[in-house]
Design a protein around this ligand. Structure first.
Ligand code: FAD
Length: 338
């Protein structure tokens, strides 16, 4: 275990923002968690950040503590039952490569989540979702170490308290748990989710299987989202906001084209991208910070933006949407140092 000082994080965050970690190490051996906790106990003043692929982070400045990049890459097919195949994947596995590996094994369930950047261990943090499927739909349990006392615990799906882009790891006890692995329950008789209009259209006339759906999802994502290798970004920068049924009626009367999806709790989810577009931010640019030309919800770094510039740009969007619609947008990525 090699702890480095003043480590460059620019290539470790998908926004490509300049930032340095005061201390940095990679964790590729489970046994090293004990030594790492000992090291941290000797430096209690230093904050800690677990890092996966850095695709859901905005570094507004340098990180003044220890960044631990999780690279635990085990993969195990566990004993199945009549309904499910079970797979346990180490937290450091690349998410998309893992999804494709499950498909190569003949398993289904994760195909709609193809091409989401990042790692398996970060996926439960915000209950990643795309094209009508969320991680929680296929998750059996999460194994994590309590950083306070070193105890390992298995969390059931209910324990994780998943919500829309949320979990207890993200919002109830941030930075307490180091996720070591995730166990997936993949159904032996999959029910394909192809309700999204774009996906349905692309799949029309095709015999459905996990690989065909995965390919369609990949094609759609490539046509809509910027590749972080070409242009820095963290995917959708804002969550789709929820409004109460009353607020929705008022908003809809004033803005008949506003999209909305009724929720089980009676509220309505609306589109952050639409709200931002209406406020004239699509494709806008201030210095090297901007929104993507094809998708107002995606903030981008055109090359040399700093995290502070991207964050200031985001604040401008939040203020515009608040002023025009009375809705406060919430960032989806974790803002470090903002
Ligand atoms: C182009 C693009 C498209 C995207 N599309 C989607 C999408 O469709 N749906 C979606 O939900 N998200 C999407 N995202 C966001 C992102 O890919 C996911 O949130 C992903 O799960 C983040 O993984 P990561 O490994 O990069 O996490 P990081 O950015 O490294 O970390 C995110 C959070 O997880 C914590 N964390 C990471 N690993 C661990 C661990 N092992 N234990 C404890 N905490 C940990 C970090 O401390 C941080 O709080 C997109 C991002 C990009 C760039």
């Amino acid at each position: 275990m090699n702890i480095q000082e003043n480590h460059d994080l620019k290539s470790l965050n998908s926004f490509g923002l300049p930032a340095r970690a005061r201390y940095f190490c990679t964790l590729d051996d489970l046994g090293h968690t004990v030594r790492l906790r000992d090291w941290q106990a000797q430096h209690p003043e230093l904050p800690l950040l677990f890092l996966g692929g850095g695709s859901n982070l905005l570094f507004v400045g340098d990180f003044p503590g220890l960044v631990v990049q999780v690279r635990l890459e085990s993969l195990e097919i566990l004993e199945g039952d009549s309904n499910y195949n079970y797979i346990r994947a180490g937290a450091g596995n690349n998410w998309h490569r893992f999804v494709r590996w499950t498909i190569d094994q003949g398993f289904a369930g994760l195909e709609n989540l193809s091409l989401i950047p990042g790692t398996v261990g970060a996926a439960p943090m915000q209950n990643i979702g795309a094209y009508g499927v969320e991680l929680k739909d296929c998750l059996q349990s999460v194994r994590a170490v309590d950083w306070r006392n070193g105890e390992v615990r298995d969390f059931s799906r209910e324990d994780c308290r998943f919500g829309y882009r949320d979990s207890s790891f993200k919002s109830v006890e941030p930075d307490r748990w180091l996720i070591l692995s995730v166990t997936f329950a993949l159904p032996r008789e999959p029910r394909w989710k192809t309700d999204y209009a774009d996906l349905r259209e692309l799949l029309e006339g095709k015999a459905l299987n996990a690989r065909v759906i995965s390919e369609a999802v990949i094609a759609l994502r490539r046509s809509k989202l910027p590749d972080p290798a070409q242009i820095g970004n963290a995917g959708s920068f804002f969550k789709n906001p929820m409004v109460s049924a009353e607020q929705w009626q008022t908003l809809k009367a004033a803005n008949p084209a506003m999209p909305g999806w009724p929720q089980p709790d009676g509220g309505v989810k609306t589109s952050a991208g639409w709200l931002i577009d209406q406020c004239g931010w699509k494709g806008r640019r201030e210095g090297d910070a901007g929104t993507y030309s094809k998708h107002a919800l995606v903030l981008v770094n055109h090359g040399n933006a700093t995290g502070a510039e991207v964050w200031r740009f985001a604040q401008g969007i939040i203020a515009s949407v608040q002023e025009r619609f009375g809705i406060r947008l919430e960032p989806e990525p974790r803002v470090i140092g903002g």
